[in-house]
Ligand binder design. Structure first.
Ligand code: ARG
Length: 679
């Protein structure tokens, strides 16, 4: 021991032997010359400080020492600026005390003189030394919680009887951790109970019994664990049980007794800080059989009780909007096991509707589809991406308890974007003459489609995937792919939309006996893909099935058929023509022509006729639309009332054409389309 302290004493002086001696101004004691300067610096080793004691100071005296001066820095910051002449006593009393470095820090002297000395000054002299820094006395930050011992170059901590020094070498703690596994009863108290408990305690008491038992704690009335004025725990007692952590407990009120832990394995922790004098706690523990508790969340147990005995079977009903076992169950039976748990035990989890399947139609979209919530009671909102569609019904859907999206008014299934029909964006303002017709502007009759082969005819767009035409235009062609042109008025235009048919459905009642009978002259064409609706390609509306027709109602018929300008009225027109014509009376419709083989053409209730002197549809117009109200009127929307079907050759100038009465086929059209779409 003696040898060790000798070594400790010698060590700093042998290593830092230069760290004591004199420091003087240049030329001392004869006096310094003008423009003299010096820069001196020394550092103290760890756990030491460096000091300078001036024994002599004689420099030129100026008010702020601006001529000659010695400046002293401790760790780079100025601690003194000295000049003039000072007595030894004064030096000792006021000048020397601050000339001290921090532990392990450095002192620097900067001296300079100027040229202006009238009288010679001797300068300064001081003795510098390192000395041990007493951390125990002078360092409020030394970390010993109990005893502190200074030695040269450092310090160490020690503890009172009953405490030991923790790993950090500063904190004194008590040993209070105990493993009481296997004990079915016993007592646990804070260290030194009933005396005041130790500072810096970190106690862990482990209790563990057989699985079917639970530990039961009884606290004694006296309970005193340090608490601040806001009732927050300074020291604390916590109990870790299987269902979760109880506490922290502190203050003067013991935890409720008996405290059932519902666990056969618990850990009691007690922690104190470095201050205070409180009594602590004491408890005794014992065991009792485990019970089951109604702990399955988001559900109700029947019968409802605070706890259940081993073997008891109950019914678990998940709350509305919650399901168990991956959505398979909303209700199940479960039995209390001896371990105090339920078997089986499925948590009731919130119903998740998932993102709705929108289908292939990209027109229908979800608002903010990226951050959708899809759980029970969450809402989503739909919209149509194109202005040529409108959302049918409600746009807001809610995830219901059965995991389905339902609209706010209770409808299941997804909403639909349906085409806005019968509303051209280009206004039709003037009337004109197909026979007696007028050129249509682009977008004026956006539902008009052109068929060039197998024979020239028209067709009408009724939604983004279907058109109607006359059966006689395409009969015999059902097995092939038809090519239709849309979004054009110039029949030779190369910028038209080309539409390919996927399926042609001729009305089953069409007799294919054009000679005398055009009854049911209607057919549906399904496209290979949906067309892109735009200002020049828009569908027409279908009328109500009982709309009825009024004599003299003015409608518009359109097509690329023959025109009056073509002398023999045989050639078709290059540009789309339209004409406004009135619906004719039933009696004049019944007045049908006879064919070349002397058979009278048959008029049925599935037809109407229309026309006016100089105005008629002609060969090549068949399959095209007759719409109401007529185009020039501002009233929209427009409805497809008739399909150009038959009449006398235009050169006969009878100005009377027969049209398929579309209102008779609404059911058939809807049924046929639905059947195709659900396939
Ligand atoms: N069947 C003719 C066609 O295929 C339509 C005839 C219309 N005739 C009339 N005078 N309205 O184009």
């Amino acid at each position: 021991m003696l040898r060790l302290s000798l070594l400790l004493l010698l060590l700093p002086y042998s290593t830092y032997s230069v760290l004591l001696g004199w420091v003087e101004s240049p030329g001392y004691p004869m006096g310094y010359s003008p423009y003299a300067s010096m820069n001196w610096s020394r550092c103290a080793p760890r756990g030491h400080t460096l000091s300078i004691r001036l024994i002599h100071l004689d420099l030129e005296e100026t008010q702020n020492c601006e001529n000659d001066a010695v400046k002293v820095f401790s760790n780079g910051s100025l601690v003194a600026v000295l000049c003039g002449k000072k007595e030894y006593k004064e030096l000792q009393k006021t000048v020397n005390p601050p000339l001290l470095s921090s532990p392990g820090g450095c002192l620097t002297l900067l001296f300079h003189s100027d040229y202006s000395n009238t009288k010679r000054h001797t300068g300064f002299r001081g003795f510098y030394t390192v000395q041990d820094f007493d951390e125990c006395q002078d360092d409020p930050n030394n970390e010993c919680t109990q005893f502190c011992h200074n030695f040269i170059g450092g310090y160490h901590c020690s503890c009172r009887h009953g405490y030991y020094l923790a790993k950090n070498k500063h904190t004194c703690t008590v040993s209070c951790t105990e493993d009481l596994s296997g004990l079915k009863k016993g007592v646990i108290s804070s260290p030194s109970w009933p005396g005041t408990y130790a500072e810096n305690a970190n106690c862990q008491y482990t209790l563990s019994v057989e699985e079917h038992l639970q530990l039961e704690l009884h606290f004694s009335e006296t309970f005193d664990v340090e608490q601040n004025n806001d009732s927050q725990c300074i020291d604390e007692l916590t109990i870790e049980t299987h269902p979760g952590t109880l506490g922290p407990f502190c203050g003067n009120k013991p935890p409720p007794s008996p405290l059932l832990t519902h666990s056969h394995h618990i850990q009691i922790r007690f922690m104190s800080d470095g201050f205070g004098s409180n009594k602590g706690f004491s408890l005794h523990f014992k065991t009792r059989g485990k019970v089951c508790r109604p702990v399955i969340s988001n559900s109700i147990m029947t019968p409802q009780k605070p706890d259940y005995h081993r073997g008891q079977t109950v019914k678990v009903t998940c709350n509305v909007g919650y399901v168990a076992n991956s959505g398979l169950l909303t209700q199940y039976e479960t039995t209390c096991q001896s371990s105090g748990t339920w078997g089986p035990s499925y948590p009731c989890e919130i119903v998740d509707c998932g993102l709705p399947l929108i289908g292939d139609n990209s027109i229908l979209q979800l608002v903010d589809s990226a951050d959708q919530k899809t759980k029970y009671n969450d809402q989503i909102q739909f919209y149509c991406t194109s202005k040529y569609y409108k959302l049918e019904g409600n746009d807001t859907y809610t995830c219901n308890a059965s995991g389905e999206w339902v609209s706010v008014d209770g409808k299941e299934g997804m909403p639909k974007c349906t085409e806005v029909c019968g509303m051209p964006e280009v206004d039709s303002s003037s009337s004109g003459r197909i026979l007696g017709g007028k050129n249509a502007a682009l977008g004026e009759i956006p539902w008009q489609l052109l068929i060039k082969e197998p024979k020239r005819g028209g067709a009408t767009l009724i939604n983004d995937q279907w058109a109607v035409t006359a059966a006689h235009v395409i009969t015999g062609f059902e097995e092939s792919t038809l090519k239709l042109f849309g979004g054009l008025v110039d029949g030779m235009s190369s910028s038209a939309s080309v539409i390919y048919s996927e399926k042609i459905i001729i009305h089953p009642g069409y007799a294919n006996n054009e000679e005398i009978n055009f009854n049911n002259d209607i057919a549906l064409i399904k496209f290979k893909s949906r067309v892109n609706l735009g200002p020049n390609l828009l569908p027409i509306c279908l009328p109500e099935s009982n709309r009825g027709l009024v004599e003299n109602e003015q409608g518009t018929v359109s097509g690329w058929g023959a025109t009056i300008e073509n002398k023999r009225l045989k050639q078709s027109s290059r540009f789309l023509q339209y004409v406004h014509i009135p619906v004719m009376s039933l009696s004049s419709c019944r007045d049908t022509p006879t064919t070349s083989s002397n058979k009278k053409m048959i008029f049925t209730d599935n037809m109407f006729c229309a026309g006016e002197t100089g105005k008629d549809s002609c060969p090549g117009d068949s399959g095209g639309p007759f719409v109401l109200p007529m185009l020039s009127s501002d009233e929209g929307p427009h409805y497809l009332i008739g399909i150009v079907s038959w009449g006398l050759p235009c050169k006969d100038r009878s100005y009377k054409g027969w049209y398929t009465k579309v209102e008779n086929y609404i059911d058939w059209i809807q049924r046929t389309i639905e059947a195709e779409e659900t396939q």
